[in-house]
Design a protein around this ligand. Structure first.
Ligand SMILES: CC(C)(COP(=O)(O)OP(=O)(O)OC[C@H]1O[C@@H](n2cnc3c(N)ncnc32)[C@H](O)[C@@H]1OP(=O)(O)O)[C@@H](O)C(=O)NCCC(=O)NCCS
Length: 222
């Protein structure tokens, strides 16, 4: 099969996103016109502990190339460090485009709160909270977060989470849950500082490189 070029991949997924979005719009729903898109929305900017100004905003379609580079850097860390907190796999431009298009639709539909940390046009951190899709779980969200290696311990994770939680509150969520490996002391420290409490432990849930690891569930009430 002929390999698709980057432009073609962008076009296909943008068309899919555009099509889905026009269906969403057709429902006469509160998300309104194209001019009210939630993707790419600016939230705030702040100065990180390295003196650099970081912009916090939601994901947008133009993030595609940056998003591939970002996730693949995490994937390399995950390969090299068996204790790394996010077990991600390498992505292609095509798989990332599919992921991005799906997530942009979820953002517009109100199922995903996304906050990206941007520095000089590059993604240096990201958090997302996906709200429950079933009616009984619609006031609950599940959070994931990561910050690029060179930018950790600068307060970016803290600002991402604070902003993400504020946006979840505005979106009507009442509780947020996250899951973290029990040996990820930096992440657990940050989550407790933000106000998450330990809700339980699943012993030996994670199996990596022949080793079992406990997973901690943490939750916060908004
Ligand atoms: C976890 C992560 C998202 C935090 O983001 P960050 O930008 O580094 O976080 P911040 O700089 O805002 O805060 C880090 C805090 O942890 C503290 N810390 C650093 N190393 C620590 C350690 N080994 N043990 C305990 N606390 C630690 C820092 O001192 C800081 O706390 P303080 O502000 O009270 O001094 C980020 O480090 C990361 O992406 N790690 C790899 C991926 C990952 O583990 N993701 C979470 C999966 S559940």
């Amino acid at each position: 099969m002929r390999k698709k070029g980057s432009k073609e991949i962008r076009k296909t997924h943008y068309r899919n996103f555009d099509h889905t979005f026009s269906l969403v719009k057709a429902k006469n729903s509160p998300w309104g016109s194209f001019f009210d898109l939630k993707s790419g929305q600016f939230y705030k900017q702040f100065v990180a502990e390295n003196g650099k100004t970081i912009i916090l905003r939601s994901l947008k379609w133009e993030d595609l190339n940056n998003a591939v580079a970002y996730v693949n850097a995490l994937a390399i860390e995950s390969e090299q460090d068996q204790d790394f907190g996010v077990p991600v796999e390498k992505q292609t431009l095509e798989s990332e485009a599919r992921w991005l298009a799906d997530n942009l639709v979820k953002i517009e539909e109100g199922y995903l709160v996304s906050v990206v940390a941007e520095l000089d046009g590059m993604i240096v951190g990201s958090t997302e909270v996906e709200r429950g899709s079933r009616p009984v779980a619609k006031y609950h969200g599940i959070l994931g977060i990561s910050v690029a290696k060179e930018f950790r311990n600068l307060g970016i994770g803290f600002e991402l989470m604070k902003t993400g939680i504020d946006e979840c509150r505005k979106a009507g969520l009442r509780t947020i849950e996250l899951r973290v490996f029990s040996n990820n002391s930096r992440a657990i420290h940050l989550y407790e500082k933000i106000g998450f409490n330990r809700a339980g432990v699943i012993p030996k849930k994670i199996h990596r490189n022949g080793k079992f690891l406990d997973e901690v569930t943490m939750a916060i009430e908004l």
